[in-house]
Design a protein around this ligand. Structure first.
Ligand SMILES: [Zn+2]
Length: 371
Protein backbone atom coordinates (compact mmCIF):
# COMPACT_ATOMS: atom_id res chain seq x y z
CA UNK A 1 0.00 0.00 0.00
CA UNK A 2 2.88 2.38 0.83
CA UNK A 3 4.34 1.78 -2.65
CA UNK A 4 1.00 2.96 -4.09
CA UNK A 5 1.20 6.15 -2.07
CA UNK A 6 -1.43 4.89 0.37
CA UNK A 7 -0.67 5.52 4.02
CA UNK A 8 -1.50 2.31 5.90
CA UNK A 9 -2.52 2.54 9.54
CA UNK A 10 -3.97 0.24 12.17
CA UNK A 11 -7.08 1.61 13.92
CA UNK A 12 -7.77 1.07 17.63
CA UNK A 13 -9.69 -2.16 16.92
CA UNK A 14 -6.74 -3.64 15.05
CA UNK A 15 -8.15 -3.11 11.54
CA UNK A 16 -5.60 -2.34 8.83
CA UNK A 17 -6.74 0.66 6.78
CA UNK A 18 -5.50 2.95 4.04
CA UNK A 19 -7.16 5.49 1.76
CA UNK A 20 -6.41 5.80 -1.95
CA UNK A 21 -7.40 9.38 -2.53
CA UNK A 22 -10.01 10.60 -5.01
CA UNK A 23 -9.61 13.13 -7.81
CA UNK A 24 -10.91 15.80 -5.41
CA UNK A 25 -9.71 16.14 -1.82
CA UNK A 26 -12.26 15.14 0.86
CA UNK A 27 -14.42 13.26 -1.65
CA UNK A 28 -16.54 10.42 -0.17
CA UNK A 29 -15.02 6.98 -0.17
CA UNK A 30 -15.90 3.42 -1.03
CA UNK A 31 -14.59 0.71 1.31
CA UNK A 32 -13.15 -2.46 -0.19
CA UNK A 33 -11.85 -5.26 1.98
CA UNK A 34 -12.37 -8.39 4.02
CA UNK A 35 -10.82 -9.93 7.14
CA UNK A 36 -7.18 -10.70 7.98
CA UNK A 37 -7.69 -13.29 10.72
CA UNK A 38 -8.71 -16.90 10.21
CA UNK A 39 -9.32 -20.19 12.05
CA UNK A 40 -6.76 -22.68 13.42
CA UNK A 41 -5.41 -25.04 10.75
CA UNK A 42 -6.90 -22.76 8.08
CA UNK A 43 -6.38 -22.25 4.38
CA UNK A 44 -4.60 -19.25 2.85
CA UNK A 45 -7.53 -17.47 1.16
CA UNK A 46 -10.52 -17.11 3.46
CA UNK A 47 -10.66 -13.39 4.19
CA UNK A 48 -7.17 -12.28 3.26
CA UNK A 49 -7.79 -12.84 -0.47
CA UNK A 50 -10.40 -10.06 -0.31
CA UNK A 51 -7.87 -7.68 1.24
CA UNK A 52 -5.16 -8.55 -1.30
CA UNK A 53 -7.68 -8.11 -4.15
CA UNK A 54 -8.51 -4.62 -2.87
CA UNK A 55 -4.80 -3.69 -2.97
CA UNK A 56 -4.48 -5.31 -6.42
CA UNK A 57 -7.32 -3.11 -7.72
CA UNK A 58 -5.52 0.02 -6.53
CA UNK A 59 -2.36 -1.22 -8.24
CA UNK A 60 -4.28 -1.78 -11.48
CA UNK A 61 -5.71 1.75 -11.34
CA UNK A 62 -2.14 2.97 -11.99
CA UNK A 63 -2.67 6.24 -10.19
CA UNK A 64 -5.89 7.00 -12.05
CA UNK A 65 -8.07 9.01 -9.64
CA UNK A 66 -11.82 8.41 -9.37
CA UNK A 67 -14.65 10.71 -8.25
CA UNK A 68 -14.54 8.81 -4.95
CA UNK A 69 -11.71 7.60 -2.72
CA UNK A 70 -11.14 3.92 -1.99
CA UNK A 71 -10.41 2.83 1.55
CA UNK A 72 -8.83 -0.60 1.82
CA UNK A 73 -9.80 -2.33 5.03
CA UNK A 74 -8.40 -5.55 6.49
CA UNK A 75 -10.65 -6.42 9.43
CA UNK A 76 -9.30 -7.98 12.61
CA UNK A 77 -11.08 -10.79 14.49
CA UNK A 78 -13.85 -11.75 12.07
CA UNK A 79 -13.95 -15.46 12.90
CA UNK A 80 -14.40 -15.11 16.65
CA UNK A 81 -11.92 -17.89 17.41
CA UNK A 82 -10.25 -16.31 20.43
CA UNK A 83 -13.21 -14.66 22.16
CA UNK A 84 -16.08 -16.76 20.81
CA UNK A 85 -17.61 -13.58 19.37
CA UNK A 86 -17.20 -12.83 15.67
CA UNK A 87 -16.87 -9.53 13.75
CA UNK A 88 -15.01 -7.60 16.47
CA UNK A 89 -13.11 -5.51 13.89
CA UNK A 90 -16.05 -4.60 11.66
CA UNK A 91 -18.27 -3.86 14.66
CA UNK A 92 -15.87 -1.02 15.54
CA UNK A 93 -16.64 0.65 12.19
CA UNK A 94 -20.40 0.64 12.78
CA UNK A 95 -20.05 1.77 16.41
CA UNK A 96 -20.95 -1.55 18.00
CA UNK A 97 -17.66 -2.44 19.71
CA UNK A 98 -19.04 -1.41 23.10
CA UNK A 99 -17.94 -2.05 26.71
CA UNK A 100 -19.92 -5.28 26.93
CA UNK A 101 -17.97 -6.67 23.97
CA UNK A 102 -14.67 -5.30 25.27
CA UNK A 103 -15.22 -7.20 28.53
CA UNK A 104 -15.60 -10.62 26.86
CA UNK A 105 -12.73 -12.89 27.92
CA UNK A 106 -10.75 -15.58 26.09
CA UNK A 107 -9.94 -19.05 27.48
CA UNK A 108 -7.10 -17.56 29.56
CA UNK A 109 -9.35 -14.90 31.10
CA UNK A 110 -7.90 -12.06 29.01
CA UNK A 111 -10.54 -9.51 27.99
CA UNK A 112 -10.81 -8.02 24.48
CA UNK A 113 -9.85 -4.64 25.98
CA UNK A 114 -6.68 -6.08 27.53
CA UNK A 115 -5.76 -7.92 24.32
CA UNK A 116 -6.08 -4.66 22.38
CA UNK A 117 -3.81 -2.88 24.90
CA UNK A 118 -1.26 -5.70 24.81
CA UNK A 119 -1.19 -5.35 21.03
CA UNK A 120 -0.10 -1.74 21.57
CA UNK A 121 -3.42 -0.04 20.77
CA UNK A 122 -5.67 2.17 22.87
CA UNK A 123 -9.26 0.91 23.36
CA UNK A 124 -10.35 4.44 24.29
CA UNK A 125 -9.68 5.44 20.68
CA UNK A 126 -12.14 2.85 19.25
CA UNK A 127 -14.84 5.50 18.57
CA UNK A 128 -12.37 7.10 16.13
CA UNK A 129 -12.42 3.88 14.10
CA UNK A 130 -16.07 4.51 13.19
CA UNK A 131 -17.05 5.08 9.56
CA UNK A 132 -16.80 8.59 8.20
CA UNK A 133 -20.25 10.03 7.50
CA UNK A 134 -19.49 10.26 3.81
CA UNK A 135 -18.77 6.56 3.28
CA UNK A 136 -20.50 5.39 0.08
CA UNK A 137 -20.56 1.67 0.64
CA UNK A 138 -18.62 -1.50 1.25
CA UNK A 139 -17.48 -4.10 -1.26
CA UNK A 140 -16.07 -7.49 -0.28
CA UNK A 141 -14.47 -10.18 -2.41
CA UNK A 142 -14.52 -13.56 -0.66
CA UNK A 143 -14.12 -17.19 -1.57
CA UNK A 144 -17.48 -18.96 -1.73
CA UNK A 145 -16.38 -21.66 0.76
CA UNK A 146 -18.91 -24.00 -0.83
CA UNK A 147 -19.40 -26.12 -3.97
CA UNK A 148 -22.05 -24.12 -5.87
CA UNK A 149 -19.88 -22.13 -8.33
CA UNK A 150 -17.69 -25.12 -9.07
CA UNK A 151 -20.78 -27.21 -9.88
CA UNK A 152 -22.00 -24.43 -12.21
CA UNK A 153 -18.52 -24.07 -13.73
CA UNK A 154 -18.52 -20.32 -13.04
CA UNK A 155 -15.73 -18.22 -11.49
CA UNK A 156 -17.78 -15.44 -9.85
CA UNK A 157 -21.13 -14.80 -8.20
CA UNK A 158 -23.09 -11.82 -6.90
CA UNK A 159 -24.21 -12.32 -3.32
CA UNK A 160 -27.90 -11.34 -3.06
CA UNK A 161 -28.20 -11.75 0.66
CA UNK A 162 -26.60 -13.29 3.70
CA UNK A 163 -28.88 -15.96 5.14
CA UNK A 164 -30.64 -15.53 8.46
CA UNK A 165 -29.79 -18.04 11.13
CA UNK A 166 -31.53 -19.80 14.01
CA UNK A 167 -29.65 -21.77 16.63
CA UNK A 168 -31.48 -23.83 19.24
CA UNK A 169 -30.76 -26.58 21.74
CA UNK A 170 -33.18 -29.44 22.42
CA UNK A 171 -33.34 -31.83 25.36
CA UNK A 172 -35.30 -35.09 25.07
CA UNK A 173 -36.08 -36.58 28.48
CA UNK A 174 -36.91 -40.27 28.96
CA UNK A 175 -36.03 -42.88 31.57
CA UNK A 176 -32.56 -44.35 32.04
CA UNK A 177 -32.68 -48.08 32.62
CA UNK A 178 -30.82 -51.38 32.25
CA UNK A 179 -30.02 -52.20 28.62
CA UNK A 180 -30.20 -55.93 29.26
CA UNK A 181 -33.31 -56.34 31.37
CA UNK A 182 -35.71 -53.72 29.93
CA UNK A 183 -37.78 -55.16 27.04
CA UNK A 184 -37.98 -52.97 23.94
CA UNK A 185 -41.64 -52.06 24.45
CA UNK A 186 -40.98 -50.94 28.03
CA UNK A 187 -38.47 -48.26 27.18
CA UNK A 188 -38.51 -44.48 27.19
CA UNK A 189 -35.29 -44.07 25.20
CA UNK A 190 -34.40 -40.40 24.91
CA UNK A 191 -31.58 -41.00 22.44
CA UNK A 192 -33.76 -43.10 20.09
CA UNK A 193 -36.36 -40.27 20.13
CA UNK A 194 -33.67 -37.69 19.41
CA UNK A 195 -32.31 -39.85 16.59
CA UNK A 196 -35.77 -40.10 14.97
CA UNK A 197 -36.03 -36.33 15.14
CA UNK A 198 -32.55 -35.86 13.54
CA UNK A 199 -33.86 -37.83 10.56
CA UNK A 200 -36.91 -35.56 10.45
CA UNK A 201 -34.69 -32.45 10.44
CA UNK A 202 -32.79 -33.75 7.42
CA UNK A 203 -35.95 -34.72 5.55
CA UNK A 204 -37.72 -31.41 6.22
CA UNK A 205 -34.64 -29.42 5.12
CA UNK A 206 -34.38 -31.40 1.88
CA UNK A 207 -37.97 -30.44 1.08
CA UNK A 208 -37.51 -26.66 1.37
CA UNK A 209 -35.53 -25.06 -1.50
CA UNK A 210 -32.55 -23.04 -0.28
CA UNK A 211 -32.88 -24.20 3.30
CA UNK A 212 -30.07 -25.81 5.29
CA UNK A 213 -30.61 -27.42 8.68
CA UNK A 214 -27.99 -29.18 10.78
CA UNK A 215 -27.85 -31.13 14.01
CA UNK A 216 -24.13 -30.83 14.71
CA UNK A 217 -23.85 -31.95 18.30
CA UNK A 218 -25.50 -34.58 20.46
CA UNK A 219 -24.87 -35.73 24.01
CA UNK A 220 -26.58 -38.67 25.73
CA UNK A 221 -26.82 -39.28 29.47
CA UNK A 222 -25.79 -41.22 31.40
CA UNK A 223 -23.75 -42.22 28.34
CA UNK A 224 -22.91 -45.88 28.92
CA UNK A 225 -23.02 -48.84 26.54
CA UNK A 226 -25.30 -50.84 28.82
CA UNK A 227 -27.70 -48.07 29.87
CA UNK A 228 -30.74 -46.76 27.97
CA UNK A 229 -30.30 -43.00 27.59
CA UNK A 230 -32.50 -41.04 29.97
CA UNK A 231 -31.56 -37.74 28.42
CA UNK A 232 -30.40 -36.60 24.99
CA UNK A 233 -29.27 -33.04 24.34
CA UNK A 234 -28.72 -31.79 20.79
CA UNK A 235 -28.28 -28.63 18.77
CA UNK A 236 -30.09 -27.30 15.71
CA UNK A 237 -28.81 -24.76 13.15
CA UNK A 238 -31.29 -23.54 10.47
CA UNK A 239 -30.47 -21.00 7.73
CA UNK A 240 -32.44 -19.42 4.88
CA UNK A 241 -32.56 -16.08 3.05
CA UNK A 242 -36.25 -15.65 3.96
CA UNK A 243 -36.82 -15.00 7.65
CA UNK A 244 -40.46 -16.12 7.27
CA UNK A 245 -39.49 -19.50 5.84
CA UNK A 246 -36.75 -19.99 8.45
CA UNK A 247 -39.11 -19.17 11.34
CA UNK A 248 -41.82 -21.41 9.90
CA UNK A 249 -39.42 -24.37 9.54
CA UNK A 250 -38.05 -23.93 13.09
CA UNK A 251 -41.64 -23.87 14.39
CA UNK A 252 -42.45 -27.02 12.42
CA UNK A 253 -39.32 -28.84 13.73
CA UNK A 254 -40.25 -27.96 17.32
CA UNK A 255 -43.77 -29.32 16.71
CA UNK A 256 -42.38 -32.54 15.22
CA UNK A 257 -40.00 -32.98 18.19
CA UNK A 258 -43.02 -32.72 20.50
CA UNK A 259 -45.00 -35.20 18.41
CA UNK A 260 -42.12 -37.74 18.50
CA UNK A 261 -41.68 -37.23 22.25
CA UNK A 262 -45.37 -37.79 23.01
CA UNK A 263 -45.53 -40.92 20.85
CA UNK A 264 -42.49 -42.39 22.64
CA UNK A 265 -43.44 -41.45 26.19
CA UNK A 266 -40.71 -38.79 26.37
CA UNK A 267 -40.78 -35.08 26.98
CA UNK A 268 -38.84 -32.46 25.07
CA UNK A 269 -37.92 -28.86 25.72
CA UNK A 270 -36.12 -26.41 23.50
CA UNK A 271 -34.20 -23.21 24.03
CA UNK A 272 -33.43 -20.59 21.35
CA UNK A 273 -29.78 -19.48 21.44
CA UNK A 274 -29.74 -17.23 18.39
CA UNK A 275 -32.19 -15.82 15.87
CA UNK A 276 -30.46 -13.60 13.38
CA UNK A 277 -32.30 -11.95 10.49
CA UNK A 278 -31.18 -12.31 6.88
CA UNK A 279 -29.26 -9.31 5.51
CA UNK A 280 -29.90 -8.11 1.96
CA UNK A 281 -27.00 -6.74 -0.04
CA UNK A 282 -27.47 -3.39 -1.84
CA UNK A 283 -29.66 -3.83 -4.96
CA UNK A 284 -27.93 -1.07 -6.96
CA UNK A 285 -24.43 -2.40 -6.25
CA UNK A 286 -25.61 -5.94 -7.02
CA UNK A 287 -26.87 -4.86 -10.46
CA UNK A 288 -23.58 -3.08 -11.11
CA UNK A 289 -21.59 -6.18 -10.09
CA UNK A 290 -23.75 -8.31 -12.35
CA UNK A 291 -22.95 -6.03 -15.31
CA UNK A 292 -19.25 -6.05 -14.39
CA UNK A 293 -19.19 -9.86 -14.32
CA UNK A 294 -20.92 -9.94 -17.73
CA UNK A 295 -18.16 -7.69 -19.11
CA UNK A 296 -15.56 -10.29 -18.09
CA UNK A 297 -17.38 -12.74 -20.39
CA UNK A 298 -18.80 -14.78 -17.53
CA UNK A 299 -22.35 -15.57 -16.53
CA UNK A 300 -23.22 -13.73 -13.32
CA UNK A 301 -24.75 -16.21 -10.92
CA UNK A 302 -26.70 -14.81 -7.98
CA UNK A 303 -26.62 -16.66 -4.71
CA UNK A 304 -27.24 -16.45 -0.99
CA UNK A 305 -24.35 -16.70 1.44
CA UNK A 306 -24.98 -19.34 4.08
CA UNK A 307 -22.04 -18.04 6.11
CA UNK A 308 -21.84 -14.71 7.93
CA UNK A 309 -19.38 -12.08 6.66
CA UNK A 310 -18.17 -8.60 7.62
CA UNK A 311 -20.47 -7.28 4.83
CA UNK A 312 -23.40 -8.26 7.06
CA UNK A 313 -22.14 -5.94 9.80
CA UNK A 314 -21.31 -3.09 7.40
CA UNK A 315 -24.82 -3.37 5.87
CA UNK A 316 -26.22 -2.07 9.19
CA UNK A 317 -24.85 1.37 8.31
CA UNK A 318 -23.95 1.56 4.61
CA UNK A 319 -24.84 -0.15 1.30
CA UNK A 320 -22.85 -3.38 1.16
CA UNK A 321 -22.15 -5.93 -1.56
CA UNK A 322 -20.15 -9.12 -2.01
CA UNK A 323 -18.55 -11.00 -4.88
CA UNK A 324 -17.84 -14.71 -4.39
CA UNK A 325 -14.96 -16.55 -6.05
CA UNK A 326 -15.22 -20.24 -6.95
CA UNK A 327 -13.71 -22.49 -4.26
CA UNK A 328 -12.18 -25.73 -5.67
CA UNK A 329 -13.85 -28.72 -4.05
CA UNK A 330 -15.83 -26.29 -1.90
CA UNK A 331 -13.05 -26.77 0.67
CA UNK A 332 -12.47 -24.00 3.22
CA UNK A 333 -11.18 -23.62 6.80
CA UNK A 334 -8.63 -26.27 5.85
CA UNK A 335 -5.05 -26.15 4.49
CA UNK A 336 -6.40 -27.67 1.23
CA UNK A 337 -8.40 -24.48 0.57
CA UNK A 338 -7.43 -23.00 -2.81
CA UNK A 339 -8.47 -20.66 -5.60
CA UNK A 340 -7.57 -20.65 -9.31
CA UNK A 341 -5.30 -17.91 -10.72
CA UNK A 342 -7.69 -17.47 -13.66
CA UNK A 343 -10.54 -16.82 -11.23
CA UNK A 344 -8.47 -14.18 -9.43
CA UNK A 345 -7.79 -12.54 -12.80
CA UNK A 346 -11.54 -12.50 -13.48
CA UNK A 347 -12.17 -11.00 -10.04
CA UNK A 348 -9.68 -8.17 -10.66
CA UNK A 349 -11.14 -7.59 -14.13
CA UNK A 350 -14.65 -7.53 -12.64
CA UNK A 351 -13.54 -5.12 -9.90
CA UNK A 352 -12.02 -2.72 -12.43
CA UNK A 353 -15.19 -2.74 -14.59
CA UNK A 354 -17.20 -2.10 -11.44
CA UNK A 355 -15.08 0.90 -10.38
CA UNK A 356 -15.33 2.22 -13.95
CA UNK A 357 -19.12 1.85 -13.96
CA UNK A 358 -19.52 3.47 -10.55
CA UNK A 359 -17.35 6.43 -11.64
CA UNK A 360 -19.64 6.91 -14.67
CA UNK A 361 -22.97 6.10 -13.01
CA UNK A 362 -25.43 9.02 -12.53
CA UNK A 363 -27.00 7.17 -9.59
CA UNK A 364 -23.66 6.69 -7.88
CA UNK A 365 -22.84 10.35 -8.60
CA UNK A 366 -26.04 11.23 -6.72
CA UNK A 367 -24.87 9.11 -3.81
CA UNK A 368 -21.53 10.94 -3.94
CA UNK A 369 -23.30 14.31 -3.95
CA UNK A 370 -25.55 13.33 -1.05
CA UNK A 371 -22.67 11.95 1.04
ZN1 LIG B 1 -14.17 -15.35 5.79
Amino acid sequence: MESLGVHARVDAAGNLRGVYSAAQPNAPRLLIGSHLDTVPNAGAYDGVLGVVLAVALLEELQELRLPFGIEVVGFSEEEGVRFGTPFIGSRALVGRLDNKLLDIRDAHGIAVRKAIEEFGLNPDEIPQAELENNTLGYLEFHIEQGPVLEKLNLPLAVVDAIAGQSRLEFTFLGRANHAGTTPMHHRCDALAGAAEWVGTVERVAQGVPGLVATVGKIDAKPGATNVIAGEAWLTLDVRHCSDDIRTRVVFDLIRQAEEIAVRRGLSVRENTLLSQRAVAMDAFLNDQIEQAILKTGCKPHRMVSGAGHDAMIMAEKIPAAMIFLRTPGGVSHDPAESVACEDIEKAIECGLHLLDQLAASPEFQQRINRA
